[in-house]
Structures are given as structure tokens and as C-alpha cells.
Design a protein around this ligand. Structure first.
Ligand SMILES: Cc1cc2nc3c(=O)[nH]c(=O)nc-3n(C[C@H](O)[C@H](O)[C@H](O)COP(=O)(O)O)c2cc1C
Length: 392
């Protein structure tokens, strides 16, 4: 991923003698406002969608797929049973085999979907029964074949809505540089109370005293960058421009990274060239590391989400809790950005991860680690058309 310094920006701006028209500037500056470009994810509560003549289960899927998920690969597929029920499967064609060889994170993404659907359907007056692993014992060799969950929607007139459901539209992962004050214990307590997680424990790490953690996070990103396969996985899922974002409607991009405005214009047009060679060049890796380090260093606090066990069911349930945590931070006006590198289970990360996890009790696992702060940057990463998730 790419960042450019102010000096480089000025240098190239002058060298290329670029003068932008007002519409061009507005186009490149997209990302700093709350309006949505065509390639961005749609609001599932848009009255136009809600008035469409589609079944409640399709409306539920449209809401669910706006959930956070690793690399925005959207590894979900559904078998529709009737207008009010469906089976959820992992889409085996959309796995992250290098950064997620244990498939832990892809299953966290199943949980985020389920919770987003469940909370979101409350807005439409439905409660959701979610039966995990309805076909019995499930292992990672069943990925794509056995369902993760059976979802059944029930219309309910006396439903009490969880206030978190009001923040689904607005929730986004924000990777920009954070501003504002450090998070206080009070801020954390409000987030914890609002998220009311069900299956995991939230731990707060204040910014003051987090120097060692910051170093560890940067070192982990360096390992990911220097490991050919794991770094290449980001390239495979990287969308180089707005046309690609609109075409694939998945993956990561400069815009998702928090680069906007004129900086985006230069990074896109002059620095970031498609192709393996350019991606793995020292220049690109250095720029990516610089950007990552400045993001982490701007953090105003961190939250860990930890489970007592580390089985597949814990991953799915941690995902449900993570979604609640993300909505609760949104509700409290904070931006959030997961930093998963150090938690990942590929051999090159073993040393760093084992040291990081050395204080955990046997069986425990930190499933998600996020940085928090304030940021106005807003980008709604795209989602594929709901129909494309449906299988025979
Ligand atoms: C299990 C999991 C791990 C993630 N890890 C990272 C991460 O390490 N770095 C990052 O920038 N985003 C991470 N994300 C955020 C996703 O990339 C993000 O949810 C996805 O791109 C969709 O964007 P959205 O959350 O704005 O809708 C993670 C999300 C999940 C669910």
C-alpha cells in the first residue's frame, strides 16, 4: 500500500504541472464526505431497497453482507430455503490461504455476518433464530460443504430493538491517521456497556504505555510484508482504481486505506502500478510500511477481544461480538481499525505471535485486536450484488 509525503507530493505536483478542474478535485476528494459514490456499498436500509418486492430473507442477506470481513473477500454463500429462511456457508473460493491458513478469520467473518443480519432485521421488525452448525459436527474440511448456520426470520410485533442496530448503515473500518484525545477508561466502559458482548472478553490498552505493543504491531506487519505469499495475498485482493472497485465490488484499495483527495490522485496515477513486480518492489514495501507505522502510531487506544477457547464455534461467536464492538465504537463516535497481523497463524509469524500470546492462559486466544481514535475519513467499501451470493 502506498503513502506519499508532503514533500514528494509537492515535488511531483510541480514536476507534472498538474492543474485539476473542480469536478476532478471533487472526484479525487471523495472519501472525505459522507456521500456515497456508485462503487461504494449501498445502504441496506435505503427506502428504495426496502420497498422492493423481494423476500424478507433477501433483505436480511442484503443487510448481513455489509458486515466487516477479512480483506473484504465476502466469503459467504447462501442456500435459500424459503422466504424466511436460508443456510449460510463459507464460500470456499474466497479463502485467505496465506494470511489465514487456520481459517480462523474467515469464520470470524461468518459471525459478523450473522450478528449484522440479526441486529439489522430488528429494524424491519424481525427476530432471527440462528442455529449454528445445523448439520452437526463441522471441521475445516467441511468448508463450503456443510452450513455454518441456519437462519430463520420471525416477524414480531412487540420486538425491542437493540440501539446498536441504528449504526449498521454508518459502520466502516477506518484506516486513516487518527486525531483527538487518547481514549479514557470511561470511553472504554461506555463502549463495553453498549457492545454487551456475549461470548468474549474485551480488554482495554491505553495509549500511554503502549509503546511495546506498537513496536510489536509494526514488526508483525514487516513480517507480513517480507513474506512473499502473505504480501501477495493483499495484491490479489487489491483494486487499483475506482473502475476496478466498481467492477469487482470486493477487496481492498487505496481508498479503503484512508488515502483520499490529491494524495490519492498522485498515489494512483504516479506511484501505484499494477503487477507483481511493482507490488513487491522495495519502494512499494517501504511506502506501505511507512503508512502502516504512521497509522499505528496515531492510535489513541487499543481493544483486544479474547475468547477462553479457540475452536471454530469460538471464532464464529467472536465474530458476532466483534460486530457488536464495532457498532458500539461507532455509536460512541470512535473510529476503529483491526490489526490482525500479529494474531495470524502462518509459520513466519510464529515467533512474534508466540511472544505476544505468552501471557494468555492455555486455550485462550485474542481473536481481534483493534486500534481506536477519531477520524472524519469515510469510505464504504463495496459489496457484491446480493443475488451473486446465492447458490443452488
Ligand atoms: C477477522 C477480521 C480481520 C480483519 N483484519 C484486518 C486487518 O488486519 N487490517 C485491516 O486493515 N482490516 C482488517 N479487517 C477489516 C476488513 O478489512 C474490513 O471489514 C473489510 O475490508 C470491509 O470493510 P468495512 O469494515 O469498512 O465494511 C478485518 C476484519 C475482520 C472481520
Amino acid at each position: 500500500m502506498v503513502s506519499i509525503s508532503r514533500r514528494t507530493f509537492l515535488k511531483y505536483g510541480i514536476t507534472f504541472g498538474v492543474f485539476l478542474s473542480v469536478p476532478q478535485i471533487l472526484n479525487y476528494c471523495k472519501g472525505s464526505s459522507n456521500t456515497r459514490a456508485d462503487y461504494e456499498r449501498k445502504d441496506p436500509f435505503d427506502p428504495e431497497f426496502l420497498s422492493e418486492n423481494v423476500s424478507p430473507i433477501m433483505k436480511a442477506i442484503r443487510i448481513g453482507i455489509t458486515a466487516p470481513n477479512p480483506h473484504n473477500v465476502q466469503a459467504w454463500k447462501f442456500k435459500i430455503l424459503d422466504d424466511h429462511s436460508a443456510l449460510l456457508f463459507v464460500d470456499e473460493k474466497r479463502l485467505l490461504k496465506d494470511t489465514d491458513p487456520s481459517f480462523r478469520q474467515i469464520h470470524i467473518g461468518q459471525g459478523t455476518f450473522l450478528e449484522n443480519l440479526s441486529l439489522g432485521m430488528q429494524v424491519l421488525g424481525y427476530s432471527s433464530d440462528i442455529l449454528l452448525f445445523p448439520d452437526g459436527k463441522y471441521t475445516t474440511s467441511d468448508i463450503g460443504k456443510k452450513p455454518i448456520a441456519k437462519i430463520i426470520l420471525n416477524k414480531q410485533s412487540d420486538l425491542i430493538r437493540n440501539p446498536l442496530s441504528g449504526f449498521i448503515t454508518e459502520r466502516v473500518t477506518r484506516r486513516s491517521i487518527y486525531e483527538g484525545e487518547d481514549l479514557t477508561q470511561d470511553d472504554f466502559e461506555k463502549i463495553r456497556k453498549d457492545s454487551a458482548v456475549l461470548y468474549s472478553e474485551l480488554k482495554f490498552v491505553q495509549r500511554a504505555g503502549s509503546e511495546k505493543l506498537i513496536k510489536q504491531l509494526i514488526a508483525a506487519m514487516q513480517v507480513e510484508t517480507d513474506t512473499k505469499n502473505t504480501y501477495d495475498e493483499s495484491r490479489i485482493w487489491f483494486r487499483y482504481n475506482d473502475e476496478e472497485i466498481g467492477k469487482f465490488k470486493d477487496g481492498l484499495s487505496l481508498r479503503a486505506t484512508g488515502v483520499s483527495g490529491i494524495k490519492y490522485f498522485f498515489a494512483r496515477n504516479f506511484f501505484l502500478k499494477p503487477g507483481t513486480e511493482s507490488w513487491h518492489s522495495d519502494e512499494n514495501k517501504k511506502a506501505g510500511m511507512e503508512m502502516f507505522s504512521s497509522q499505528v502510531e496515531s492510535s489513541k487506544g487499543f481493544i483486544f477481544l479474547k475468547t477462553k477457547q479457540n475452536e471454530i464455534i469460538d471464532w464464529v461467536q467472536a465474530g458476532r461480538d466483534y460486530l457488536r464492538l464495532h457498532l458500539a465504537t461507532t455509536k460512541n463516535g470512535f473510529a476503529l481499525h483491526p490489526m490482525s497481523q500479529i494474531l495470524q497463524e502462518y509459520p513466519e509469524m510464529d515467533t512474534l505471535r508466540n511472544e505476544f500470546e505468552s501471557t494468555l492462559k492455555p486455550g485462550e486466544k485474542i481473536q481481534m485486536l483493534v486500534r481506536l481514535g477519531k477520524s472524519d475519513y469515510h469510505y464504504y467499501s463495496p459489496r457484491r450484488e446480493p443475488q451473486s451470493f446465492i447458490t443452488g
